[in-house]
Design a binder for this molecule. Sequence first.
Ligand SMILES: [Mn+2]
Length: 407
Amino acid sequence: MKISIISDTHFGYGWESRRQEDTFIQAQEAFENSRNCDLILLGGDIFDERTPKPEVWSKALKVLSIALMAPKSKVTLIDSNVKNKISPIIFSGIPVVAIHGTHERRSKSFVNPIQLLEKMGYLIHLHGTYAIFEKNGGRVAIHGMSGVPERFAPEVFNKLNFKPIPNAYNILVLHQSIGGYVYSDDEESVLKLSDLPVGFDLIIDGHIHWYKETKQKNLVFPGSTVMTQMRKVESEVPKGFLKVDTETKKIEFIRLKSARKFFFKEFNINDLSSNQINEKIAHEIQNILRNSFDREPIVRFVLKGEKDFELDLKHLNRLYGDKIIIKVNKKLKIAKRNLQYLSEFKKNRKSITEIGKEILENNLSKTFKEKINFDFYDFFELLAKEKLDESFNLLMEDLEVKNDNEN
Ligand SMILES: [Mn+2]
C-alpha cells in the first residue's frame, strides 16, 4: 500500500498578507502529488486556527476535495473502533485519515475543524482510536492521538496504551513535542522517546515544522508544508511531505516545488555604522535577486549586537519591496526582556481576542496558583458573549480533569 503523509498545512496562516495563498498553493501540490497513493494521512494543524473563517474553509475544502475526487482507491476498511462514525463518502476517492493538532484543539463541548471535516465525510478523525485498511491482502493499521496540552501528554498517552495490531503494517500518528524535538526553544517536551511504544513500523509526529527522520523507534517528522516560523532551520530544510510504501518499507520525502523560497541572514553589527548596515542589507538582497523566483522570496535578517542604528526599511522596501519580502529583527542583549513582548506582539500581530485571552490566562493562573491548560480561546469567547454559566462549566471541567490527573 502506498500512503501519503502530509502534516501542518496551516490553512489560513498569513491571511490578509502577501503570503495569503501560500498554505493553499503548497498543500495543493502535496495533494495533487498524492493522487497515485492508496491512502492519505494528515498529522494535525491542517488549519491555522480553531475557528477558521469561511473564506479559509472555502479554499481549504477545495484542496481537501482533491482526495475525494481522485480515482477511487482500492483500499477497504477492515476494522476500526470508530466504525460507526466513518462516512462512506471518504471511500469515493482516496480515503483520508487525520488527527487534530494544537492549532485546532478545542474544549470537549466544542466541535473542532477536523471533527467537522469528519462529519462532512472528508476524513476519519482519530484520537485514541484506530482504523485498519486492506489492499490486495496487505493490511495497514493507523492509530492516532490528536494534540493534547504537553503537560498532559504522558498521562493521556499511557492511558491510551497503543499496541500494534498483528499481521499489519502499523503506523502511529501524534502531534506533540517529543524528547528534545520541540516546536520552539522556550517549550519543553514532556513526552519522552522512551514513552513511545515498540513494535510500530512507523511513528509519525506532526507539530515540528521541519522534516526529520530519527533513528529511534521509527519516529519520523514529516514537517509542515508551509513556513510559519522563519527560523534558520526553515531556510535549510525544504518543505514537503512523505510517501511510504508499506511493502518495501521505503519512506520517501517529497520536496514541494511550489514552496516559497526563504533566506535567513544573520550578522554582527557592532563594528558597522548605520550606513554600512543598510548597505550590507541592500547588497544581500541584490544577491538573492540575481536568481529568478515564481513568487517573491522572503528574507529575514537577524542583526546581532548592542549597537543602536538607523534602519531605513522604507527605503529598502521602495527599492526591492515588490520583488522580495523583507523582515529585519534586532537581536539585542540589553533590554531583551522589554523588547521581547513588543517583538512577539509585532510578530504575531495579535488580535483583541488573543490579547484578552492572555490577560485572562495570566489572571486565572495567578488565582489558581498554577498554569491552567485548557482552551482559553473558547473560555474568552464564552465570556465575551456573556455566557457566564457555560464559561464557568468549562473552567470547572478543566479543574476536575486536573484533579483526576493528579490523584
Ligand atoms: Mn503546526
